[in-house]
Design a protein around this ligand. Sequence first.
Ligand SMILES: [Zn+2]
Length: 398
Amino acid sequence: MNPACRLAAVALALVGLEGTARPQDVDLTIPPYSGAYEPQGVDERGLWMEVDEAERQFRDSTHVLKDERLTQWLGEVLCRTVGDDRCASARIYVVRDASFNAAMAPNGLMLVHTGLLARLTSESELATILGHEFAHFERRHTLNQFKKIRASTDLMAWFGLAGAAARVDMTSVQNSLIAGIFSYSREQEMEADKLGAAYAKASPYRLNASAVWKRVIEEDNARREARGLRKRRHKYSGWLDSHPAEAERQEYLAELEAKVGDEGDPGVEAYREAIAPVLPMLLDELLRRNDFGGVDYILRSRGELAGWSGPLLYAQGELYRQRGNPRDLVTAREFFTQSMNYPDAPAESWRGLGLCAIRLGDREAGREALAEYIRRAPDAQDVGMMKLLVEGTGDQTK
Ligand SMILES: [Zn+2]
């Protein structure tokens, strides 16, 4: 489900699905697990040592989110998805990176990006993605990839990508470094999808993969639309045309889901509870992306699918306030006001409302909202500045 998988999916669509088993013919029994793969021979043992050393450096880096509760929950979801014997082979790290990404190394290290958590809305979606990545690991696709990486480039680039990717949005999957490292074959992608579906079928979760791909397509469409409107010279032939691979994959996975049935737990409520403590941070990362269209889509779809909340409506307001067109300020003000109806509304909603009101010329309302912000967040870093604004605005109204 990393950029790799998307790239391979391009290949998959280009060749078409002829000659492969249709979903109704797919056997979804899980093969016996032979345990974590042990490196064979001098080359593989050397590779393992390098990956282990890279992991030691990586786990102390600031890119890794050290949140024990969150990491433990991810491990529990993985264990419920692939079973206790399999999940014992994996070590999960949460990477602070707003891109939609997850990956696994052949020594059992699994990366889950915060951008993935920000976009998913249920444990069943998370289970599908973790299962897909684990399937690449179990089938040793990752081993073959790392052998290629080792021969061609610096192994640390694989980890370095996690940090660098903060500046690489989803539309940059053509990035040659990513392409070189993460290009699974069409057969490998289908194998991982199939084994991932088998895990899901045997797990308490519902197989829930196609919805994720649908949103990947829609997010990219929203991003292109927003950028296209800004840059008239940029021509797009048509959105569906630009996503043949993802569309094909979504359709294939939807057929698989129909075959498996709809009996498992979607896990929407459990996901919302697990994510709630870090949601403000996840949303803040998205807001720093300078990606109005994509982030607007992510926030709206999250609200519709998983329910609105104070932090989510605040983030919507901030997104519009930061773009700052006059109409955006009106919209932002509405979002901030709505967020205040929720018990978990952040103090920053009052700051946002105040700043919008002042810029819209409603100084008295602005002053009141900023004063309320200061009352709710007396220790915030920008309180001094806001006090000046309250006083300055007061002077202007005199
Ligand atoms: Zn994949």
